[in-house]
Design a protein around this ligand. Sequence first.
Ligand code: GBH
Length: 507
Amino acid sequence: MRLAVILGFTALALGSNALYTKQSRKFPEGFVFGTATASYQIEGAWNEDGKSENIWDHITHNKPHVIADQSNGDITADSYHKYKRDVEMMRELGLDAYRFSLSWSRILPSGFTNEINQAGVDFYNNYINEMIKYNIQPMISLYHWDLPQKLQELGGFANPLVVEWFEDYARVAYELFGDRVKDWITFNEPKEVCYHGYGATNLAPQLNSAGVGDYLCAKNLVIAHAKAYHAYNNDFKPSQGGRCGITIAVTSLEPLTDSDEDEAAAEMHRQAEWGLYAEPIFSEQGGFPKEFSERVAAKSKAQGYPRSRLPEFTEEEKAYVKGSADFFGINHYTSRLISANEYKGEHPVPSMYDDIDTGEFVPADWPTSASTWLFQAPNSLYNVLTHMHKRYSGPVLYVTENGWSTGEGLQDDERVQYYRAALEGALDALDEGVRLEKYMAWSLMDNFEWMRGYTERFGLYEVDFTSPERTRTPRKSALVYKHIVANRMIDHNYEPASLDITIDEGY
Ligand code: GBH
């Protein structure tokens, strides 16, 4: 205690001067480190033990050409059978927590709660119990993109009834697993669900209803989230004592220049990219973001639509959604510089990007990854954390994903460099009072990377997708992450002696 006071005082006294080296900073007591995955990306067993078809089974089987290597998640990392090895890896890394998602169609094959598939429930119970055995906190995402195909055929997120379907499913999950699971994420990345799935063709179900379907989805999804939140808050939290929140992908969107025009353009871009989902839940005024709503209403009118393509929230809905989260989950990967007039691309009319009407720029000196969209920008995680802290009056934040893609290979120095820089940003944000409590690296291991198949790798562990065992081997980044987790600080000079990894005492 006394030592801590003295150290704290010294750090304070030295402030940001050169003697206060960044290396001396530690993550706070109780800070939670983990890794993240998602059901369709790792489980496999796509039609085993009563699981029904979901929209990713459907698209990969019926339109294999839309996946970069024509692959699918039929087996992928085979976690359905290899889950004990997954937990062993968590122990090798010394993790405090693990974020994974439930496959809706594995638990509820019809999509509805008329039938609960016991084998699916058993699988998740086994996975969770194996984590609990080793003091690893499970964190569940209810929805990471794999809607039961039957529900898609009824309109999926374009049908307002999805609100009921999702609440029913969420209640089943709380009931089954809530005694042991204390962190619930309703949705993973609503913009990716709605824009990429309904407004474009970048993800299943590829509806390509640009500037219309994506906005219908946005409203329904936000209300479905709030329903599931209130269900937890009213009927489960009192006895189970956990938290319920949502995870939103937040790209750092900074103005290209310091002109007012570029600042306004960056703000418009933020309101559309993640504000559609964050503002109704976390802002003071509630509802969809103001300037962007006005923009879409005006464009819709000029385009001859009888009403705005972006639906509105009633006052009652606004009040119901406002504040419906115990934490804000942030998936953060990259940045863009936003311009009012330069670098504008071609966009379909109508579409969300036509509505936004800004240009995006990536400086040539930002390191590139194996993914076309992923660049390493300076201070990117720091910018996002501090922006959210200020914008929404200091909510509890979790980083629920953060990571870097490479090709195959174990010597992933770029990933190491990316993680160290991101975590320095997290420490900088913590120094400023940002209430960041948990950090999940994406990903524990290589997995099915959606439209990119197995061509891009995000894992701390490499997975050999050609071996029946789906052998998992630690990359250099796994050893470095382990060292950070164990020491609660970033040692930029640490070089693992070898890529051997073992379970430390106590795990
Ligand atoms: C995360 O999304 C996902 O939650 C996770 O499942 C995934 O494995 C991880 O990223 C790594 O990709 O090709 O131009 O259409 C991060 C946000 C949004 C980034 C969709 C890629 C596609 C851009 N992603 N985006 S494009």
